[in-house]
Design a protein around this ligand. Sequence first.
Ligand code: IPM
Ligand code: MN
Length: 362
Amino acid sequence: MKIAVLPGDGIGTEIVDEAVKVLKVLDLKLELEFADVGGMAYDKHGHPLPEATLKLAKAADAILFGAVGDWKYDKLERQFRPEQAILGLRKNLGLFANFRPAICYEQLTHASSLKPELVAGLDILIIRELTGDIYFGQPRGRRTSPDGTFAGAEEAFDTMRYTRPEIERIAHVAFQAARKRGKKVTSVDKANVLETFQFWKDVVTEVGQQYPDVKLDHMYVDNAAMQLVKSPKSFDVVVTGNMFGDILSDEAAMLTGSIGMLPSGSMNASNQGLYEPSHGSAPDIAGKGVANPLATILSAAMMLRFSLNQPQAADRIESAVKDVLSQGLRTADIWSEGTRKVGTREMGEAVVAAITKKTTKS
Ligand code: IPM
Ligand code: MN
């Protein structure tokens, strides 16, 4: 099993280091190959997604990705910005189905900014379409307004667009995922205003007829944003487009206490996947050894389960994470009175220790 490891920028290297330690202790036949991505790849090779990195990613069974981005690249022409690396990987590998689970661990109920009773036991799954929508629609650009409508006679535009096959395939993914969970799908749209999302709603409804055992409801995105903080546990699977999914998944992440806990996986039609923490490169804390590596470690578990067919190894990682939380270890983002604050490395090594302890016992 070949894994392309792309640590990237900011805290990317620190957190991926810990996930790699965890993967190595599992004693699986994994071949890990590292490559440059993001701003650091631009610095070294003049492009955030170098040809060699893309090639390695394409040939791998799965990709473990850290994070990309830093303010210092904000002034670059868009095609050279670090974010283009992740967008390029998604598009080139056809990674259209993004799974972002938001699970509130029992031990972290009090780390949420919401009342504990609202989030205790929370387990929802956001499925975000990842290769369409306004992120990739053409045309896009800037121009001088042809009719001179604006004072400055200038405008910028992006195109929101979805095709039927794009909506159908993500809808199938959502219904199938719901079948294995709470059997409920909430499709989030803005059908009251946008043609693209009226179409989205129509197509999801059609696909839903093939899944009579799954309950489907529809919600406007503004209402969904509100319901997520009002009664988050009323959701099971949420399926939505690229941009709404981007926004709602950050919101859902905070319900769980910290975005530092949330893994994410993006799959294509052949189950090849890219796995990454839901958070970004956090340049403000990079290099300080304080970042939470658990989202990346849990992403590695998702990778084992979804792309490498190693569900037992995934279980071992996930239960080791619960173990270290029960031991009271906390990185700064999830720390609270009465728990022990640890750094990135100490947290990673505690997970490794929890895994090996279990291995010797059994
Ligand atoms: C995410 C990120 C990306 C996105 C950026 C870095 C391009 O915010 O994965 O959610 O907007 O999809
Ligand atoms: Mn995002």
